[in-house]
Design a protein around this ligand. Sequence first.
Ligand code: FDP
Length: 302
Amino acid sequence: MQEGDIINLKEFLSESGTDPRLSELILSLSDQGKKIKSGFLKSQCKAGTRNIYGEEQMALDKWADEILINELKISRLARYIATEEQPDIIEIQNPRNEFGIVIDPLDGSSLIDVNLAVGTIIGIYPGNVLSPGNTMIAAMYILYGPLTTMTLTTGNGVHDFVMDEIGVFTLTAKDIKIPDGKIYAPGALRKDYLPKHAQFIETLEKEGYKLRFSGSFVADMHQILHKGGVFTYPGFKGKEKGKLRLLFEANPLGKIITDAGGKVSNGTTDILSIKPHAIDDITPIYAGGKKEISMIEKLMAD
Ligand code: FDP
């Protein structure tokens, strides 16, 4: 691979020595991103009124879920599938590999009707998905914004790809490292903040951090990955365990930010070290630069 070469996802996976079975799975999943992207246009064309569009928009989550599950059932590239839309882990009959996959088919889906960026989040395990996040062998997300991009780690750095006009993902940034930055993306209502979290947010504000929160976790994390700072959806009054899903949201993005030189925490512990109890576990999350994560962990420990 020479500096300045145009390289697509397939070539990248092969040249970086990725296990061919994992490469095949990643390529197959990235192909589904193309279909999901095309679904936005189709559902919008069908929209008659705002209300009807609202209902179709909800269906888009389920539709994306079906696309991904059906393809995995046909390809048999993994044994286990857990998705945010399904109550139980699906076990594929006669799988070709032992991989376990966790999927949030369409994160940020409440923003589809206002045309903000949403995404598909995926984590890949060697087997059982009810395992700590640090056993993941790959994590990726496809972000549907002005461009459709894919961000991927297989444990050898974090890389960005952009979908070109014929639907091929091309490498745009290699070995991304989270920079120092002054952005904070805070979920939950300020009136419900718990004291230590309130202190954390006040400190960031005093230090001049700019607020950037779109309401789409995957898009907000993409910004933090590239511009630095911290995303948080904390535990708050009445929901001390937070809102975001451990398996489908926190772990895959946590692995990506960690592999890019950042950190992820629930305020006291590295989220990736937590053994899940059930697929619907939720967790408070702080994800971003090492400096910001150390700051909240220190506050929580005092
Ligand atoms: P959504 O419900 O639209 O799918 O966990 C899902 C999520 O969005 C995240 O993407 C986002 O960060 C969060 O919920 C936003 O929640 P609030 O609307 O409660 O702020």
